[in-house]
Ligand binder design. Structure first.
Ligand SMILES: [Zn+2]
Length: 476
């Protein structure tokens, strides 16, 4: 062993010893950067960032730039630089006939500075896993993908491609099939799954070291799921139910109703939940969620968009021409159901959404990991990949977080969910060089995230022109 180490050391020394003095050490050196320290809400001015491949090799003072030989140098002239954005809730889906239409959306994420997406379940997993590999290998332009693969649900599930489970044996088979697909976590859904199968899935996934997140049937209490090991809760319906002073009796009534011909659905339960919201219950719950390191994905923008569909004309939306007609056709379902809603129930939905949004700063301050996610994808009308995440971050800020805190929900917190925060989420030596250059300071105005100058993704730099060219190629 000693000889091997000595030989290796010798090799390294030989290598450095013989390296030519003018040979570039780095693929890219960025100078005069205003680094946005998102975790601390501070600007670090006049910095130099030296990058090789897709890793930050050094951070230094721009005045020392003579010491950094690079194949390419960029003087940012005081522009602002943030870690790449993560959209922590997207969907690639719609069946095999929509695979190409979904693939065409990948550049849209990059153009909006989104260098990572967390795919929350769909029915085209083999294609998604193939893109993931190609993106990592640098042969396809798109964001890094973390994917759950197909959702887990009960028999007769709403979403195509779901793995349907009832018995513990079926749960174990479903988890095995997800492992074979090499998914990054398990996405749970609630259209048809029983209370027992839902909790069993969390327990088995926990035993196998697989992370779980998702919806939750209203027959289950959030605490029960969390205590079994649930790692994340998507949307705020399940958190807000657990803030009710009457959660036990509401849950029991729902369980009893399932034995009859008239089960109480989630939406029917919401007015009671809204009316029985209890602050001491909420405070206790938020502390528990923080203690158990549960992540919450509020998805405020999709609620707003769907809530306003009736009164909004989307025909002139600037991103609509970038969405394949076949994906646009999938918007019909949600548009029709929004139009069927009575004015009274639309009013209630908005009231409920406002209450849900008010939980975000409380959760954040309690130490809960909040993750910005847009829920963009086929079927989710007018929630466009890219811009929808920017709108989500702005709504999170508007709910009562500082711009820095709102940025954390997109730049850092997703990596915490996957336990990869040592590699992503801040501009530091040894971390990923997925970076976004902004024209203005996002800490003074969060809208600065809209004004992107340049994106670095997986070791490749995209100038504003190159991003526009990528977009131009997918415009219909
Ligand atoms: Zn979703």
């Amino acid at each position: 062993m000693k000889t091997l180490v000595a030989t290796l050391l010798g090799l390294c020394m030989t290598y450095t010893g013989f390296s030519q003095p003018n040979k570039p050490q780095y693929t890219l050196v960025i100078t005069n950067a205003n680094i946005v320290n998102v975790a601390e809400g501070k600007i670090e001015s006049g910095r130099l960032i030296a990058i090789s491949g897709n890793t930050i090799q050094a951070i230094d003072d721009t005045r020392k730039s003579a010491q950094y030989k690079a194949a390419r140098s960029i003087d940012l002239g005081g522009k602002y630089i943030i870690p790449g954005l993560w959209d922590n809730h997207v969907h690639f889906r719609g069946g095999d006939s929509l695979i190409e239409a979904n693939k065409a959306l990948l550049p849209l994420f990059l153009a909006y500075g989104i260098t990572t997406v967390r795919d929350c379940g769909g029915d085209i997993t083999p294609a998604v896993m193939d893109w993931k590999k190609q993106i990592e290998a640098g042969t396809l332009a798109g964001p890094r993908i973390f994917s759950s693969g197909p959702k887990i649900d009960g028999p007769g599930a709403t979403w195509a491609g779901s793995l349907e489970v009832t018995t513990p044996g079926e749960v174990s088979k479903a988890l095995d099939s997800l492992k074979k697909l090499k998914v990054d976590y398990v996405k749970l859904y609630d259209s048809k799954v029983s209370r027992e199968a839902f909790l069993e899935t969390i327990s088995q996934a926990q035993q196998q070291g697989m992370k779980t997140s998702g919806h939750m049937p209203y027959t289950v209490k959030l605490r029960e799921a969390v205590d079994r090991g649930l790692d994340g809760s998507e949307h705020l319906y399940y958190v807000i139910k657990a803030c009710s002073a009457k959660e036990d009796s509401i849950t029991n009534a729902i369980i009893q109703s399932e034995k009859t011909t008239k089960p109480i659905g989630l939406f029917a339960a919401l007015p009671t939940i809204y009316d029985t919201y209890d602050q001491p219950t909420a405070d206790k719950l938020f502390r528990h969620l923080a203690e158990k390191r549960v992540s919450i994905v509020p998805t405020l923008f999709i609620s707003k968009t769907l809530g306003e569909i009736k009164e909004t004309d989307h025909t002139a939306d600037s991103l609509l021409p970038y969405i394949d007609k076949k994906i646009q056709a999938t918007y019909a379902g949600r548009i029709a159901s929004a139009k069927r809603q009575s004015d009274e129930s639309t009013r209630f939905s908005k009231q409920f959404a406002a209450k849900a949004a008010s939980l975000v700063p409380q959760l954040f301050r309690s130490g809960v990991n909040i993750m910005a996610g847009s829920d963009c994808g086929a079927s989710n009308s007018y929630v466009y990949p890219g811009s929808s995440l920017h709108e989500e971050i702005k709504l999170i800020a508007a709910s009562g977080l500082t711009p820095a805190q709102a940025l954390q929900t997109s730049t850092i917190n997703g990596s915490k969910f996957f336990g990869v925060e040592k590699t992503y989420g801040s501009i530091q030596k040894g971390k990923s060089s997925d970076l976004v250059v902004l024209e203005e300071n996002p800490l003074t105005n969060i809208n600065a995230i809209d004004n992107i100058n340049m994106v670095l993704s997986n070791g490749k730099m995209y100038s504003k022109k190159e991003l526009n060219d990528l977009l131009h190629a997918i415009r219909k």
